[in-house]
Write a protein that binds this ligand. Structure first.
Ligand code: FAD
Length: 455
């Protein structure tokens, strides 16, 4: 429990205006975007520098106070919920873009910068940071969850774009990991240890990110199919024919229906694929488009909307970015349980078929980053109705178990947080014990984001 003296000491570190135990502030930092129950922190601190974060961590260590890092709380598995209360370290005051290195395709940032804002700045240099989770996430939160998104099929996840990190360890020690070379075989890969560790090992204050050049031209297609299997088989065939889509998304007919109602659209309510390809010349993209259309026709596509150029790409993709909001708006009073499994591409069709069967009696919406073998299921229901919610959780458990049986993972991108802890033993076997040993070594008092990852 935080005392009055703790508040005074934290204010001495971060400044009078940068520490709050006000009711509304605590409430805002008690939940993410998931259904997991909220937990109030005792205090929220907005540091301005690595030095301040280090001093907060040292003070917390001396007083054995839990510390949870906070980006903007858009997680979907309870990842930043401060289950053991204590201090929430909010990165809103650390949004600096420290240096752009256009010739090296790199940028140095503070952890609180929102990736969409970062990309606005980078576009002036013809560059962008490709991982794209859709929500207004921070770089710290994206590294915390190893977030990805629609462009991962071409560019990789957040962890594939980190070259250097500045990390504050429990106890306050500051370490610098990595270098600015494009490749390195030097020592253990600590960057990938911290990426996806959900703030349980260290708090990231700065990062050097690897960037990509903005694509010169775009081609996009929205294709509908009579059956789900036609759509999911198309995914496999496009990927195995040597094409390199920049994005490849599957949406089931329930998702299309909700988007139609919410956005006043008139799309065929059938299984749908959305695809994007990047290239240089219009001729080249047209030729690619013709091949893709052929593959779709072989799989009995019933309708194709397509276009070349950025405006056309934006027109075809706009509704995809609104999916989560549309589902929530069209199901007032209900809460979402969001599943996020990923499987090898060869099992994608079987996995989606299993999911559809499993959720047939639920208000379920199935979609995902098909090119990565990643599938999301949003089930809208009432956690307070224990009978109904037990059925939702049962479906979630069976879907994860099937993904693991297909040699996949319990979470493709949302992280373990609270909801996936129970699957780690099955997924990781003996290596889970090594993860726990690493946690004990780096955070012996279990002060950083306690209660996450491990049961
Ligand atoms: C509409 C919607 C769509 C989404 N789509 C996607 C998607 O397509 N792909 C995807 O991957 N995710 C998606 N997400 C989930 C979410 O946006 C990501 O997980 C994102 O990375 C969370 O970032 P954040 O800044 O909100 O972090 P938070 O939720 O605040 O925190 C995330 C985790 O990182 C830790 N953390 C935060 N900052 C730091 C730091 N500086 N150092 C160390 N740890 C830190 C936190 O303790 C927590 O464990 C979506 C969410 C929403 C609401």
């Amino acid at each position: 429990m935080i005392t009055h003296e703790d508040l005074i000491n934290l204010r001495a570190i971060a400044g009078e205006q940068s520490v709050s135990a006000g009711e509304s502030v605590l409430s805002l930092h008690s939940h993410d975007e998931s259904y997991h129950p909220p937990a109030l922190p005792d205090v929220v601190v907005w540091p301005h520098s690595t030095g301040e974060v280090s001093r907060i961590a040292r003070y917390a260590f001396e007083r054995r106070i839990p510390v949870t890092a906070w980006g903007v709380g858009t997680s979907l598995e309870g990842n930043p919920i401060p289950m053991s209360h204590g201090i929430v370290v909010d990165f809103q005051e650390m949004q600096g873009i420290l240096a752009v290195h256009p010739q090296d395709f790199q940028v140095d940032v503070q952890a609180g910068v929102v990736y969409k804002e970062l990309n606005k700045t980078l576009s002036r240099h013809g560059l962008f940071f490709p991982p794209d989770p859709g929500a207004a996430a921070t770089i710290g939160g994206m590294i915390g969850n190893n977030a990805s998104g629609i462009r991962t099929v071409k560019y990789g996840a957040t962890k594939d774009h980190i070259l250097r990190l500045v990390v504050v360890l429990p106890g306050g020690e500051v370490i610098r990991i990595g270098n600015r070379a494009r490749k390195s075989s030097s020592g253990y890969d600590l960057i990938h240890l911290f990426a996806g560790s959900e703030g349980t090992l260290g708090i990231i204050t700065e990062a050097t990110l690897r960037l990509a050049g903005l694509p010169a031209n775009f081609m996009a297609l929205r294709v509908t199919f009579p059956e789900i299997k036609n759509a999911t088989d198309t995914v496999f065939q496009v990927m195995s024919s040597g094409f390199s889509p920049a994005a490849m998304e599957f949406l089931d007919s329930n998702v299309i229906g909700v988007l139609n109602r919410d956005r006043g659209l008139d799309m065929e309510e059938r299984p749908t694929l959305l695809m994007e390809f990047n290239g240089f010349s219009e001729e080249g993209l047209r030729a690619e488009m013709a091949y893709i259309e052929e593959i779709c026709a072989e799989n009995c596509s019933t309708f194709i909307d397509k276009g070349i150029g950025q405006t056309e790409r934006d027109r075809l993709w706009e509704m995809r970015h609104l999916t989560f909001e549309s589902i929530k708006r069209q199901n007032p009073g209900l809460l979402p349980l969001i599943m996020d499994v990923a499987v090898p591409l060869s099992r994608y069709s079987d996995m989606v078929a299993f999911i559809k069967q499993e959720v047939r009696d639920l208000r379920a919406f199935v979609f995902g980053h098909a090119g990565d073998g990643n599938i999301h299921v949003i089930v809208m229901d009432l956690p307070a109705d224990s009978y109904r919610w037990a059925r939702v959780e049962e479906a979630s458990r069976r879907i994860v178990e099937k993904a693991l049986a297909f040699e996949g993972t319990c979470t493709g991108e949302h992280g373990v947080g609270i909801g996936k802890r129970c699957f780690l033993a099955e997924e990781h076997g003996d290596s889970l014990e090594l993860m726990k040993r690493l946690k004990r070594l780096i955070d012996p008092e279990a002060l950083f984001n306690p209660g996450k990852l491990f049961l």
